[in-house]
Design a protein around this ligand. Structure first.
Ligand SMILES: *Cc1c(COP(=O)(O)O)cnc(C)c1O
Length: 436
């Protein structure tokens, strides 16, 4: 990545204008991150309400009057306050578990705008989703289809089904977040889809309504989407000859965001091309469903952490901070690159020397790093922001090394709301007991 050798203590924040410098201090909207970190402690996830709305409205404006349902891929950030914001803005939700269903219901979202994805749906999860009245199940295998048929029949219901098809396209992204290749566990191979639809149409308790794909994440090129769309439209053509008529086409999520020097694919660019293809192929009437996760929340959040120690060794300089891989797993899991910004950059004659740092946490693993090889002028005790941490940040946090998970806060103009309390030691041991 190119920015690694540059002085990251003074770059402009990536991705969102709602994080910006004012009077030498990084702000979320009108709130100083230094003040937030001092008031609420670190590590701390900070989201901007305006940034969430801006991201959602980019989709809304791109959609215009066309029939498109945006279902927030909520595994990217499932805090109730975030879900509630998107529900207010008119979003639907893409869920992947019974737990996520419970969350969207708790947030007061409309279940008829919920699609249920995931390769391992259990009977209780199917029942809960049928009870709630979700828009459809994105079914990922024949055994799942048969199980859903049995569960719905037993409940005297009909399950709306969209088959998740694996179009075998290369999303040109990290292997761990690529999901549309033959070797991935997701979806039904496109060659097997016609037979799977024929089976679905014949099963009791199943009502075929759509087709779905999700080819990967952090995608910055439009071609993988168009390749997948082309394959899906050929499938729809074939199904039509067999009398199977679909109502919607779901192109999944996956739009990338700006972490470093990426140029993200704008929703409008994607949608205009998708609709041109739908029009050309005679499917302008088909409802389009999208499942964006990262692109709705990623640039709307940062994680604040405090420098504990500056440790200089022969080989490297370490900024040891109070956040770790358990708080933000993406670097350890995908070698992901996040920008790092001191919230009040040091400058002037008394500033410490600019030094090449690895930003690491206190967890006892060498994979416990947040950023590597960054030029920064740091002092112990100062607060730094890990940028673009709104997606796949807190949701992946855990308690390894008996660390309590961070608090989350939502900034709204010049106000802020704690939307999740920092965990306590009592939270950590809740449910544990010793032998008599
Ligand atoms: C993760 C996921 C999404 C969201 O993906 P992003 O890359 O965050 O946009 C959408 N649909 C499905 C089925 C997913 O698993």
């Amino acid at each position: 990545m190119t920015a690694q050798a540059t002085d990251s203590s003074i770059h402009t924040p990536a991705g969102s204008p709602h994080f910006h410098f004012k009077d030498g201090a990084l702000h979320a909207e009108a709130v100083s991150l230094q003040k937030l970190g001092q008031d609420l402690g670190t590590p701390l996830y900070v989201y901007s309400r305006a940034a969430l709305a801006t991201a959602f409205n980019a989709y809304k404006e791109a959609i215009g009057t066309r029939d498109v349902l945006v279902c927030f891929g909520m595994k990217a950030n499932s805090n109730l306050a975030v879900l509630k914001e998107f529900a207010r803005l008119g979003s639907g939700f893409d869920i992947v578990s019974g737990g996520e269903l419970a969350r969207v219901l708790a947030a007061g979202a409309n279940p008829s705008k919920v699609v249920f994805s995931g390769v391992g749906k259990q009977v209780w999860e199917m029942r809960a989703a049928l009870d709630a009245g979700v828009k459809c199940f994105n079914v990922e295998s024949i055994p799942e289809l048969k199980r859903l048929s049995a569960v719905a029949t037993e409940m005297g219901q009909s399950a709306a089904v969209s088959l998740r098809v694996n179009p075998d396209v290369d999303a040109k992204t990290h292997p761990y977040i690529s999901t549309g290749l033959k070797e991935n566990k997701f979806g039904i191979a496109i060659e097997e889809a016609p037979a799977a639809y024929a089976l679905a149409a014949s099963l009791p308790g199943i009502s075929v309504v759509g087709v779905d794909c999700h080819i990967g994440s952090q995608i910055t090129e439009v071609d993988p989407y168009l390749d997948a769309l082309d394959k899906l439209l050929k499938l729809i053509d074939e199904l039509k000859t067999k009398g199977i008529i679909l109502k919607h086409l779901d192109i999944g999520g996956g739009l990338g965001i700006k972490y470093d020097d990426e140029t993200p694919l704008a929703p409008k660019v994607l949608l205009d091309k998708v609709f041109a293809q739908l029009q050309a192929r005679g499917y302008a009437e088909l409802q389009l469903v999208m499942e964006p996760g990262r692109s709705l929340v990623g640039n709307a959040g940062v994680m604040l952490t405090t420098v504990q120690y500056l440790k200089h060794t022969e080989a490297r300089n370490f900024a040891i901070v109070d956040a770790a891989m358990n708080d933000l797993m993406r670097p350890a899991l995908y070698e992901a690159w996040h920008g790092v910004l001191p919230v009040v950059p040091n400058s002037g004659a008394n500033a410490p020397a600019t030094t090449l740092y690895d930003v690491v946490g206190p967890v006892c693993e060498s994979a416990d790093w947040l950023a590597r090889g960054r030029q920064m002028a740091l002092n112990e005790g100062e607060i730094i922001a890990i940028e673009s941490a709104g997606a796949y940040g807190f949701v992946m946090a855990g308690n390894y090394n008996s660390r309590t998970r961070p608090a989350e806060v939502m900034v709204d103009g010049d106000k802020y709301h704690v939307i999740r309390q920092r965990e306590t030691f009592e939270d950590l041991i809740r449910g544990e007991s010793c032998l008599p």
